[in-house]
Design a protein around this ligand. Structure first.
Ligand code: IPE
Ligand code: IPE
Ligand code: MG
Length: 246
């Protein structure tokens, strides 16, 4: 299948789903073939392109992808640099297509540790796609749930110190409104590929009531069909949010 073609297989369904994905397994996929880890990451980026294009047909309005965690700096310089340049290349190569397909791209995470050139590119793509509303693609880059909460708490503490907020007036909504994800609804579904069954510091606050699906498929093998099967299982679940259904 060519990545240039819109996915035709899925009938458009009216849905504003927010699906968040922990894209895992690129390294193992490459290792299984005796290839460098970066080859797996490159293949993984192709899967991203394909999935973004398939979102309208899958009923996904908000797609949030975990691309680089605050813990991923522990990897070799070669891999870290490789991931960063892959990300930059994705932005440059996909900008026109995103505008064609109505994709609004935003980035969450701590940008202050990113290379200034990459940070500039992120600012650029956010502005470039700001008028789009069909699919909201959010990429988590140097993102950690705990880091995000700590930064948000610092921000709130400053507001308190400056006398703009009284501590007893702080609500859950006020915290949500100050997180990196303030422009997003909470995820309905969090998917993790590669068979690992942990959260790895992703959307800790936001996923309080999300459904989780753990797929054995390694990310470079993860297609829109894989997502459709997962969504089918998700739609069969009953979400109770702490209540009781009769
Ligand atoms: C991709 O998969 C996730 C990123 C951190 C970019 P990994 O690189 O973690 O692959 P595995 O888990 O080693 O197979
Ligand atoms: C989570 O995957 C982070 C991303 C997908 C970007 P990792 O491979 O870094 O997580 P661990 O090390 O298995 O927890
Ligand atoms: Mg991994």
């Amino acid at each position: 299948m060519s990545f240039d073609q819109p996915t035709q297989e899925y009938p458009s369904i009216d849905s504003n789903l927010h699906v968040a994905v922990i894209m895992d397994g690129n390294g193992r996929w490459a290792k299984n073939r005796g290839w460098p880890r970066l080859v797996g990451h490159r293949k993984g980026a192709e899967r991203v392109r394909e999935l973004v294009a398939a979102c309208p047909g899958l009923g996904i309005r908000y797609l949030t992808l975990y691309a680089f965690s605050t813990e991923n700096w522990k990897r070799t310089t070669e891999e870290v640099m490789g991931l960063m340049s892959l990300f930059a290349r994705y932005i440059k190569r996909e900008a026109a297509r995103m505008n064609r397909e109505g994709v609004r791209m935003r980035v969450i995470g701590d940008r202050s540790r990113l290379d200034p050139k990459l940070a500039g590119l992120i600012d650029w793509i956010e502005q470039e796609t700001a008028g789009n509303d069909t699919v909201h693609l959010t990429v988590a880059m140097n993102y950690g749930g705990r880091d995000e909460i700590a930064r948000t708490m610092k921000f709130l503490a400053r507001e308190v110190a400056e006398g703009r907020i009284a501590p007893e007036d702080i609500t859950e909504a006020m915290i949500s409104d100050r997180l990196d994800t303030r422009f997003l609804p909470d995820p309905d579904l969090v998917v993790r590929s590669s068979g690992e069954t942990r959260v790895s510091n992703f959307l800790l606050w936001q996923a309080a009531y999300s459904e989780y699906v753990f797929s054995p498929v390694l990310w470079p093998d993860f297609t829109p069909d894989t997502m459709q099967t997962i969504l089918h299982a998700f739609h069969m679940r009953e979400r109770r949010f702490g209540g009781v259904t009769v």
